[in-house]
Structure formats: C-alpha cells, structure tokens
Design a protein around this ligand. Structure first.
Ligand SMILES: *Cc1c(COP(=O)(O)O)cnc(C)c1O
Length: 461
C-alpha cells in the first residue's frame, strides 16, 4: 500500500492532474473537474475517497465478472508470486499455470478451438490476430490474402492494429490510422440504420454488405472477417437473428477466416460461456481478455481452431510474442477466476436466472417517454435516450444528454456508461436480483431527472 492511502481527495486529485494522463480523456476538462478517486471495492460496489458508495453497473470496464473482493484469486496470485513470479514462454519453456490454464480454456471454448496464444490485453490479442491470419494464409501458399474486413463502430482495442480494426472515426483521426489492408462495412445497428425495415430484413442486408465488399476487393485478397458477437463499446448493439447465420455462410462460401472478438462477450457476459455459443457462431479464431481474469490481472489471448493451428505449424517460426505472454501470475489468477465461475455456476446462473430478470427490467424502460429503444442480451443492456419517441432521431448534439445522465447516475450512486446518448449497463455476473432492482431504480431516477432538465430547456435540445 502506498503512502497516499489516507491522503485527502483534493491532494490526490491535484497530484493526479499534475502527473497522470488518462485514456480517452480531455485532460484539460478532466482536471478542471477533478478525477473521482476510487479507493476500494467489494462484490458489486465501489467506494471513493469521500466514502461515496456506487453500484458498479459496468463491472469496471465490462470485466469484473466474478465481482470484487475474491480472496481466492488474490491467494492464487500471491502463491504463484512466491513460487515463480515470472518466466517467459519463448525459449522452449513453459510453466504449470499456463499449461493448466490453456487446457482449461480449451475445455470451455466451442468445439475445434484447442490452442491458445497469450498476450496482455484485448488490444494485443487483436494485433496478434492480424499477424496470425496473414501468416496463416501465407503458410498456406496464399500470401495475397491480407485484407481484414471489420465493421464501422466496432471496438477492437487501442493499439495500432486494434484501433485500425475498430471502426471508430475519432480514433482513426489520431495517429495515422487505419493501417493498410483493413476494410470496414456497415454495423448491424437496426435502430440507427434500419429503422424503417424489419429487423430480420435489416440483419440480412447488413450481413450481405460483407459479401459485397469481398466481391469488390476480391476473395483472393481477403484473409478474415472480424466482429464482436455483440458490439460492446459501440453501444451494446445486438445483431438481428438473421445476421450471424448469413455472415457464417458468407465466410464459408468465400473461404474467409471468421474471427470472433470475445473480449467482452466471453466468460459469461451473454449468458453462455462465449458469445459464439449464444449466436451459434463457429469462429476460426477468438480474441479473449477482460472476463478471462475478471480484470484482477491483465491477461488476454487468441484461441485458434485446429485448422488455423495446422496452417501456422506449416509456416515454421511465428515471429511474434510478448514478454508477458502467458505470465505465470496472471495465468494463476485467470485459473482461479475460472474455477470460481465453474464452482459457483456463475455462467449458468447468469444465463438462466439473472439475464431474464435483467432483460425484463431493461425492457420496461422502453415505456419511458425519453427512451427511444432498449436493447440487450444476457447481462448487457443499453437504454437509448431520444427526443423522438416514435422515430429514431438523436439530439442536436450527440452525447451531451448521455453524459448528463451518466453524471446524474453517478451522483445517485450508480456507475452507468454513456455511449453518445445510449446508457450502457454490464454489471458483474454475481449481482443479485435485489441489486438489479436497486440498479434500475437508480437508473430510472437518473433518466427521469435528465428528462426534466431537458424539458425545462436546461440541457441542449
Ligand atoms: C476492451 C476491448 C478490447 C481491447 O481490450 P484491452 O484489454 O483494453 O486492450 C478489444 N475488443 C473488445 C471487443 C473490447 O471490448
């Protein structure tokens, strides 16, 4: 524990402003306001340095699936540190935690995915994906297959390749992105792009965009298609039921590898172990991170199918890896996390009991006059605020109302994220039904208060 453990909020904020650059943040605006300093957490709750308590409706950043305060994970990490705090997996070496974790992950992943490559995060997992799928095709005698097709408004991380795969305009504007040979097609966001047609028709149209792009650039140049089973950071966008089967068909028909970015969906978020299980996707590769260790320590990976593994084996050395690939302490923490999930049947309970309750509470929100749509699946939800109850119009300026609602929720003791004007929920999977009631009671109060301010003209129209 550092020396500042009992320092005042104000002095912590001042030091933070002086020396800490925050991710995805306007530093000047933040430092004017001061950061919220989070001091401790337990279960689904967080406390800040002024002892305000918050229900964490976002499970950190979509990751603390088993909740905070799990002694078993801490002990596993501590014991592993004593035994072997670090060793690499590069030079024909391995160690027990990474061996056990790999076997455990492959028991859980969809059939045919039996090898794991490790890294430290979801972004690194997707960087690995880019090099891996290109190297795969090269090893198979098709070095021309390089293009990776992704989607607008996708999130695949913040490294050069991760952000390039992602379809976030504001990210592409900074740092000279995207890197070459990445293509983006439309996202399956019915509320935004398909409002006047049925969800089923729209789902097919959005999937057909993949086929069109493959035909435009030539299948002989396309390595893979990558997508989140459910887009998370883009605003919890659940694709129509017709979308994934058609995507799957197109990938098979054109011999394109299908990559499922399971960084959010994996490890129970959708009510099954993987989003690929929930949507009957048969991926060739899966990126994992976040819920793999419930965020207790940083670890990510790419799980590959036997087909991809065999192709890579033909290619000899794969010249790629990270100092912390398969870090023993992170692997031990991930193993303890998975053991908890299995022993407490967290995924089954989330899927069978919590998710139906959570989704029912979420759906009720759609009646509110300030809500244009609710959407969700499993333990993911979005409440789309809109000034236009019967249509799908947004506010004059994207995001201001959402931010106001987020701040109101925070004042009321709930962490809820705003993606433009959609309020996002992704609570720990160990939340109880009483705590779900508490979550929605605060969310309702916060949306109501924001609506009142909007109606009175206090917030932009
Ligand atoms: C968070 C996220 C990433 C990036 O993971 P990091 O650990 O932040 O690098 C990649 N893909 C998806 C779908 C994510 O939600």
């Amino acid at each position: 524990m550092g020396n500042l453990h009992n320092a005042s909020t104000e002095s912590l904020q001042q030091l933070d402003a002086l020396h800490h650059l925050h991710p995805f943040t306007d530093t000047v605006a933040l430092n004017k306001k001061g950061t919220r300093v989070i001091k401790r957490a337990d279960g689904v709750y967080l406390w800040d340095t002024d002892d305000n308590k918050y229900l964490d409706g976002m499970a950190g950043l979509w990751c603390v699936n088993v909740g905070y305060g799990r002694k078993e994970i801490m002990q596993a990490a501590f014991q592993q540190m004593q035994q072997l705090p670090y060793y690499n997996t590069f030079f024909q070496t391995s160690h027990p935690p990474v061996i056990e974790l790999s076997a455990r992950i492959c028991e859980l992943t969809p059939e045919g995915l039996n090898r794991v490559f490790y890294c430290g995060s979801g972004s690194e997992a997707n960087d690995t994906v880019v090099r891996m799928v290109r190297h795969y095709w090269s090893s198979m005698g098709k070095p021309g297959k390089k293009i990776i097709i992704s989607r607008e408004n996708a999130y695949h991380g913040s490294t050069m390749a991760g952000a390039s795969l992602g379809g976030m305009g504001p990210m592409h504007k900074q740092g000279g992105l995207p890197i070459p040979d990445i293509e983006h097609i439309m996202q399956p966001h019915w509320y935004k792009h398909g409002f006047s047609e049925s969800e089923e028709d729209f789902g097919l149209r959005a999937a057909k965009a993949l086929q069109q792009r493959i035909e435009e650039v030539g299948a002989e140049n396309v390595a893979a298609f990558i997508a989140e089973p459910v887009q998370g950071a883009g605003g919890v966008i659940v694709p129509p039921s017709t979308y994934w089967p058609e995507i799957q068909r197109i990938c098979k028909a054109f011999n394109i590898l299908l990559v499922a970015d399971e960084v959010i969906c994996g490890f129970g978020r959708t009510g099954q172990w993987f989003g690929s299980d929930s949507f009957q996707i048969e991926p060739d590769l899966m990126a994992i991170a976040k819920g793999l260790s419930s965020g207790y320590l940083p670890i990510g990976g790419v799980v590959v199918s036997d087909r991809v593994a065999e192709g890579l084996e033909r290619g000899g050395d794969f010249n790629h890896g990270y100092t912390y690939s398969g870090h023993p302490v992170c692997a031990a923490a991930a193993l303890a996390n998975i053991e908890i999930m299995q022993r407490e049947r967290i995924v089954e309970n989330a899927g069978n009991t919590l998710a139906p309750y959570f989704q029912e509470r979420l759906a009720r929100f759609a009646e509110h006059p300030f809500v244009g749509q609710t959407r969700g699946t499993g333990m993911l939800g979005a409440i789309q605020l809109s000034p236009d109850k019967s249509g799908n119009a947004g506010f004059e300026k994207d995001g201001d109302i959402g931010s106001a609602c987020r701040d109101a929720a925070s004042e009321n003791g709930l962490v809820m994220r705003a993606v433009d004007d959609a309020m996002i929920l992704s609570p720990p999977l160990i939340i109880t039904t009483d705590q779900i009631d508490e979550l929605f009671a605060i969310a309702e109060r916060s949306v109501e208060a924001t609506w009142q301010r909007f109606q009175s003209g206090e917030l932009g129209s």
